[in-house]
Design a binder for this molecule. Structure first.
Ligand code: F6R
Ligand code: MG
Ligand code: MG
Length: 388
């Protein structure tokens, strides 16, 4: 019997800046989903948050991109946003970009990761949710999980995984997809996904039977192709065990807190720190970027769980290393490569600064004529003077 897992998230406002979702907004969304469960629209759900993002994890029989399920998520976000507005929470309603819902939340603001499959006799899944980063942040860990035998022993020693996996990659700028096979095309795959701001892994399939193995929320980027759309704090669903990577193989890449784009003002590189739900809040420099992993069993469509997988001393060293990397990166202040390159920054004053200084730039060939005398006279060049 086919079941669909839909993880839909939105930032509908948070308490004390972009730090953390308020429990009353979680309660508001929960009421909407509980009613939908009672009516049978969804089979089961779990509502949670990571940082300032409200997360709806739902199971149902309606397939991927169902207008009914997307409409339900929209309704839950709207109710939560109303509470956020009443409480005067910060940036209340920020991701609900349109008042008119038209059957699909893609492109409106919420992020979506959905997969449909025939439930195995026992179906373990891991739901990842990150704050203060972008979907491309999953490129490195997903590569490790599904293509790197130094991470995933099963690629070498489990006959069901030995053929490898197919990676569906989205070119965010062109709005185009390409499917690459691992291990045959590893170097081509890496040539693309090593640029996570542009080439983003969207889905992964097991090669021997085309079973869906993983999906990442990249929808918003897809729909606004051709221009930079900023960060969209991402979520992902990964299936585990019995011919898919083991849960331990799925978590293993996060023992290395790799650098991801996001953090303060969506404009800085910082380490992705694996945390428990308890620590799923953003403080230091609005971060550092954090990721939570929840494990569930999907049983006849019901969500059994969750278990909070990073709530474990086994990830203490990764967290400690993340602090050290945060210290090191922060000491660069406003300098690249801590600050992102100009084309990827979410906030920038560069055009205004350039406009203000427009008349004070002189051609290099005119250096002797314009600049040198000014420096000799220890005068500041003012905006009134022009060099042509
Ligand atoms: C990054 C983020 C925060 C804000 C920052 C400034 O994704 O959400 O780091 O960018 O707190 O927020 P505003 O401009 O709302 O004051
Ligand atoms: Mg926010
Ligand atoms: Mg966020």
């Amino acid at each position: 019997r086919r079941v669909t897992i839909s993880v839909i998230k939105a930032d509908i406002g948070s308490i004390a800046g972009h730090h953390k979702v308020h429990p009353d907004t979680i309660a508001a969304a929960t009421r909407v989903l509980a009613e939908a469960k009672r009516k049978g629209t969804i089979i089961d759900f779990y509502v949670t948050h990571v940082g300032d993002d409200l997360q709806l994890i739902m199971t149902h029989r309606k397939g991927v991109d169902s207008p009914e399920i997307h409409g339900l998520a929209w309704e839950a976000f709207k109710k939560a946003a109303e509470v956020a507005k009443e409480l005067g929470l910060y940036a209340a309603g920020q991701d609900l970009l349109s008042d008119a819902f038209s059957g699909n939340v893609r492109g409106l603001g919420p992020g979506v990761a959905e997969m449909e499959f025939v439930e195995r006799p026992s179906e373990p899944i891991v739901v990842f949710m990150a704050d203060k980063t972008e979907p491309g942040a999953f490129n490195l860990p997903l590569y490790r999980i599904f293509a790197d035998p130094f991470n995933t022993a099963g690629l070498v020693i489990d006959p069901r995984m030995h053929d490898g996996f197919k990676f569906e990659v989205l070119d965010v700028l062109e709005g185009k997809y390409v499917v690459l096979n691992a291990p045959e095309e590893l170097y081509d795959l890496l040539a693309l996904i090593g640029t996570p701001s542009r080439y983003v892994i969207k889905r992964i399939y097991r090669k021997r039977d085309n079973e869906i193995a993983a999906v990442v929320s990249v929808e918003r980027l897809n729909l606004i192709a051709g221009r930079y759309v900023g960060k969209d704090d991402p979520v992902a669903i990964v299936r585990a065990q019995s011919g898919f990577p083991a849960v331990g193989e799925i978590l293993e890449p996060f023992s290395f807190p790799h650098l991801v784009a996001g953090w303060m003002r969506g404009s800085h590189w910082g380490p992705l720190m694996p945390v428990s739900l308890r620590d799923a809040k953003c403080t230091r420099f609005d971060g550092p970027p954090r990721i939570v992993a929840l494990g569930f069993q999907v049983t006849k469509g019901k969500l059994i769980g969750p278990v909070d997988l990073f709530d474990d001393p086994a990830f203490d060293e990764a967290r400690r290393l993340a602090q050290q990397i945060a210290d090191y990166m922060r000491r660069h202040g406003p300098f690249m490569p801590h600050r992102l390159g100009p084309e990827e920054m979410e906030y920038t004053t560069l055009p205004q600064v350039l406009e203000k200084l427009k008349n004070r730039f002189a051609e290099a060939k005119d250096y002797e004529k314009y600049i040198k005398p000014k420096i000799k006279k220890s005068e500041l060049l003012t905006g009134e003077e022009t060099h042509d």
